[in-house]
Ligand binder design. Structure first.
Ligand SMILES: Nc1nc2c(ncn2[C@@H]2O[C@H](COP(=O)(O)OP(=O)(O)OP(=O)(O)O)[C@@H](O)[C@H]2O)c(=O)[nH]1
Ligand SMILES: [Mg+2]
Length: 464
């Protein structure tokens, strides 16, 4: 539990459900005044005088306490601390999901004494009150932003504590070794009997360095499911780029015509390829001498290309390669690039064979965006290029902050093991040990500075 935790004395409130029309919209209130605010605004349909039972939904109306006007028919629940999301008293009011209604009810809640919650403030309170550690708080954020079922699985594993448990196990070993070192420092005459530096060094190597290195490696393997890749579809006009986007999305997203220069603005969509979130960008066909609007589109296409993790260079398999195609092949062939040979339904193989012969190191995928033949092969190729053929197992996912802290902890642990083995004085090696412990403490949020906490929680949405 964080040392700097202080019970909040104010009560926060926000709309907890996403904007837009839906069945219900939920207003969440947390803090010491939550129950009193509900009591002021809520008129139950049954047993009006009865007290709120914790964790029991009640049916009733939200009324303006000044005018007495009924605003909405709702279900409301009061949840007594500490068995709540924030460990404070929490109230949820389930309204009809109209932005106007939610806004009006929320204004009444503010008038009754709550203040607007900041982004992530509910989760931050859960963390500050010791209900979840920082890895779990960050997992909540990952769950909210997960783009594929696989990324969600990884976030749920972190929420269940996979990273926290792994870090705690390593910390236990360090604390044990630290205790031995301390005793040895206090009783220098018996130092040799209390602690054998070689065996301590081995213990650190096997039970700290190896697990930390394994965690980092697992995090690298699963990073692709968190972060995804940007795949940019490029090529000269009319080769079927927009048709390919539609085929991959399995919907008619982009306009397709026989007129070269159809696509002007770039179009971006998310795609789930075997669990990897792929941001797919269709761009304007690249050519010289285009008129103004198209030229701006081409400019944008070039900017997208500069940021691409993977380029899907589309070529028209129904025609011989043109000079424009060749220029793009020369320009992009050195990047992580897939040569997509489209329009294979036209039954001509010459371009495909030429590409395979001329670019043996690049994947060439023949397909037809029109019939969908070969689109599965392209997905497989994108997946392989994104994961670089590495295994993507492991239930741990790491964000940038966690990766950096783990890497520093590992570096300190390696120094510690080496210095123990080299027979350095216990005074000196305990500095490395403490440093390693500090980095691990920062991962779970025990020693994380406030500004970093603010940065983490501000990435959440309001209401979470
Ligand atoms: N036969 C055949 N025609 C295709 C195929 N894919 C696209 N086309 C046709 O090629 C033409 C251009 O397709 P688009 O998808 O608009 O091409 P684009 O590369 O996006 O073109 P710009 O946006 O102008 O750069 C259209 O007439 C499509 O119907 C295919 O697999 N087979
Ligand atoms: Mg297009």
């Amino acid at each position: 539990m964080p040392l700097f935790s202080v019970a909040a004395d104010d009560t926060i409130a926000a709309i907890a459900t996403p904007p837009g029309t839906g069945g219900i919209g939920v207003i969440r209130i947390s803090g010491p005044e939550a129950r009193a605010i509900l009591a002021r605004l809520f008129h139950p349909t049954r047993r009006p005088g009865a007290d709120f039972e914790s964790h029991k939904l009640r049916h009733g109306w939200i009324c303006d306490p000044v005018s007495g006007a009924r605003l909405d028919e709702v279900l409301a629940v009061y949840m007594r601390a500490p068995a709540t999301y924030t460990r404070e008293d929490v109230v949820e009011i389930h309204c009809h999901s109209s932005f106007v209604i939610l806004r009006q009810v929320l204004d009444l809640v503010f008038a009754a004494g709550a203040r607007p919650a900041e982004p992530g403030e509910f989760t931050k309170r859960a963390f500050l009150n010791g209900r979840i550690d920082l890895t779990r708080a960050e997992a909540v954020l990952d769950m909210l932003t997960a783009k594929t079922a696989r990324s969600l699985d990884l976030a749920v594993a972190s929420l269940a504590g996979s990273l926290h448990t792994a870090v705690e196990q390593v910390r236990d070993v360090l604390v044990e070794v630290g205790a031995v070192l301390e005793v040895a420092i206090d009783f220098p005459e018996e130092e040799a009997e209390i602690a054998d530096p070689l065996s301590l060094g081995r213990r650190i190597q096997e039970r700290v360095c190896v697990p930390l290195a394994d965690l980092l490696a697992a995090g690298r393997r699963t990073a692709i499911y968190r972060d995804g890749v940007r795949a940019v579809i490029a090529g000269r006009p009319n080769v079927g780029k927009s048709s390919l986007l539609n085929a991959l999305l399995r919907e008619e997203r982009a306009i397709v015509t026989a007129v070269p220069g159809t696509t002007r603005d770039s179009i971006e969509e998310y795609l789930d390829i075997h669990g990897v979130p792929v941001r797919l960008v269709d761009t304007a066909g690249l050519r010289q001498g285009a008129e103004t609007v198209e030229a701006i589109g081409i400019d944008r296409a070039r900017r997208h290309l500069a940021e691409a993790d993977i380029v899907l260079l589309v070529l028209d398999g129904g025609e011989p390669l043109t000079d424009e195609d060749q220029a793009l092949l020369d320009e992009l062939g050195g990047r992580p690039c897939i040569l997509v040979c489209n329009k294979m339904d036209l039954g001509r193989n010459a371009t495909r064979d030429l590409l395979r012969a001329r670019y043996p190191s690049l994947p060439v995928v023949p397909l037809s965006a029109r019939t969908g033949d070969g689109v599965g092969d392209l997905e497989k190729t994108i997946y392989e290029l994104a994961t670089r053929g590495a295994p993507t197992d492991g239930a741990v996912s790491l964000n940038a902050r966690q990766t950096a802290a783990l890497a520093r902890a590992l570096a300190a642990a390696e120094r510690l093991a080496a210095n123990l083995t080299a027979g350095l004085s216990y005074d000196l090696v305990s500095v490395d040990l403490q440093e390693c412990l500090d980095h691990l403490a920062a991962i779970v949020g025990q020693t994380t500075p406030d500004d970093i906490l603010d940065q983490i929680f501000s990435a959440f949405c309001i209401g979470k």
